[in-house]
Write a protein that binds this ligand. Structure first.
Ligand code: ATP
Length: 194
């Protein structure tokens, strides 16, 4: 059976960069946040979001994700409502995607909140990508239109490295790009023989 390799790490650690290395090695990669974003745009899900959160988060029928994020960010009850709409659809989409790749010995499931969501329980192995917090803050403020304070607030809302590492099979320190690539090759060898 196709094994599911969870790939996680804090914001700016380099999950997507690492996922792209796996993709280049012909490993199917599922980027959970991107797929969830696409699924959120489907008419059925948009309809349910409108029924639950009202018209005010839509600008001319287009979901204003920023407004929705502001509603759910510090409100666990509202976040639970949103998750109850989106999660079942996302789960089904991922299951169908795995079925589509059943010939592959393993696939990568990349998710920032793999542990927080409980989805780590569905993984056969887990890789955590790490980098020093200061480096991550610099990477994200350079990559996105965001502030240091916003990045720190995201970091504080996620599990920390110590928590992630305690539940991981592999820890991938991603600071020097060449070392990262070598470590990925080593992990690939182990996974191929597992
Ligand atoms: P997020 O949680 O925000 O989705 P992420 O963990 O997926 O982030 P990436 O998007 O892969 O992180 O990387 C963050 C930024 O850091 C990107 O601009 C990427 O190009 C850069 N980056 C990643 N790894 C390295 C590295 N080893 N050396 C220098 N820059 C890097």
């Amino acid at each position: 059976m196709t094994k599911i390799i969870g790939l996680t790490g804090g914001i700016g650690s380099g999950k997507t960069t690492v996922a792209n290395h796996f993709r280049k090695a012909n490993v199917p990669v599922y980027i959970a946040d991107d797929e969830a974003r696409k699924i959120t745009q489907s008419p059925e899900i948009l309809g349910e979001i409108k029924n639950t959160f009202g018209d005010s988060i839509f600008d001319n029928s287009i979901l204003n994700r920023e407004k929705l994020s502001q509603i759910v960010f510090n409100n666990p009850d509202k976040l639970a409502l949103l998750n109850a709409i989106i999660h079942p659809a996302v789960r089904k989409h991922f299951q169908d995607w795995v079925t589509m790749h059943q010939e592959a010995p393993f696939v990568i499931y990349e998710a920032a909140i793999l542990f927080e969501s409980g989805n780590y329980k569905n993984c056969d192995f887990i890789i955590t990508v790490t980098a020093p917090v200061e480096v991550r803050i610099q990477r994200v403020t350079q990559r996105d239109k965001t502030t240091r304070e916003q990045v720190v607030s995201r970091i504080n809302a996620q599990w920390n490295d110590e928590q992630r590492i305690s539940k991981s099979d592999f820890v991938l320190e991603n600071t020097d790009a060449r070392t990262t690539k070598n470590e990925i090759d080593k992990i690939l060898k182990i996974l191929k023989n597992s």
